[in-house]
Design a protein around this ligand. Structure first.
Ligand code: ZN
Ligand code: ZN
Length: 281
């Protein structure tokens, strides 16, 4: 008899900020104990959620790592469709670093025209969308006694972008880390300690250096390289390292090169993400 899978990871979007026909923007789904947790809401998140069998009203909570546009660009779509598709008021629980409350206020203000159109048009729609926002920087983000799911946050280092956080989802003795954009740091080490799976956004400085764009060179010093991610995984005894948000996007056929680069520093399993990649943990 097969045991039911209690914790499931789905990479919704494996891309970074540069538009890619095959990779949606950064977003990751963790399903644990019946909860559906979405980390970041990059480009195309609702399309990929639909691909994973979930619609916005079904989400338990959205958790943001930081407010860079590539990680939140479709948050407005998520808020709108959660609201428009729910037959009754269904506030979106949302967690993020300090500053998130203000971001949500501004996002809902941006949606004002659409909100007015829909309230005027639909007789059963009386209230604007609502998000129940928790801000977290270092500590418990979710401690759900009913399901035994716990999520902790720790500060990461993506300076000058600040504050930023990573998350560790714990359930049934399993742990998945969603690191977000960060260089190696103490907070990241704490999250990764003995984790089964560690999802890290990565860049390849050696390839970025070949791109004739001064602006692109600026990204090198505030992201983990593939080697950084592998060293963090090794240092903290991680089981599986998942590389995602690759910049630049791996050329077709070059995927093994990225994986080999990580394997030089980490003996565990290395996976290069693609959209809708799933792992049962
Ligand atoms: Zn970022
Ligand atoms: Zn990013």
């Amino acid at each position: 008899m097969t045991q039911s899978v209690l914790v499931k990871l789905t990479i919704l979007g494996s891309g970074g900020p540069i538009p890619d026909p095959h990779r949606a923007g950064p977003s990751t789904l963790v399903q644990a104990g019946g909860l559906a947790l979405v980390f970041d809401a990059g480009r195309g998140v609702l399309m990929r959620l639909a691909g994973a069998g979930l619609l916005p009203p079904m989400l338990t909570r959205v958790l943001l790592t930081h407010r860079h546009s590539d990680h939140i660009t479709d948050l407005n779509d998520l808020i709108t469709m959660r609201w428009a598709m729910s037959p009754l008021p269904n506030p979106l629980p949302l967690t993020g670093p300090p500053g998130t409350t203000e971001l949500i206020t501004r996002t809902i203000a941006m949606l004002d025209d659409d909100i007015c159109y829909r309230i005027a048009h639909h007789d059963d729609l009386h209230e604007p969308p609502r998000c129940d926002v928790d801000e977290v920087h270092d500590g418990v983000a979710i401690d759900d006694a009913a399901t035994g799911v716990r999520v902790v946050a720790a500060p990461t280092d993506h300076r000058p972008v600040h504050p930023t956080v990573g998350y560790r989802v714990e359930h049934d003795s399993k742990a998945i880390v969603i690191a977000g954009d960060t260089v190696p740091c103490d907070g990241l080490d704490r999250l990764c300690d003995g984790a089964d799976v560690y999802v890290q956004t990565v860049i390849r400085p050696d390839l970025v250096a070949k791109v004739p764009s001064v602006r692109l060179q600026d990204i090198v010093d505030y992201h983990s390289s593939v080697e950084d991610a592998a060293r963090t995984a090794k240092k903290n005894g991680v089981g599986t390292l998942v590389l995602t948000h690759m910049v630049p996007s791996p050329a077709p056929g070059a995927e093994e090169e990225w994986i080999d680069m990580a394997r030089q520093h980490f003996d565990g399993e290395v996976v290069l993400a693609q959209d809708l990649l799933t792992r049962d943990v």
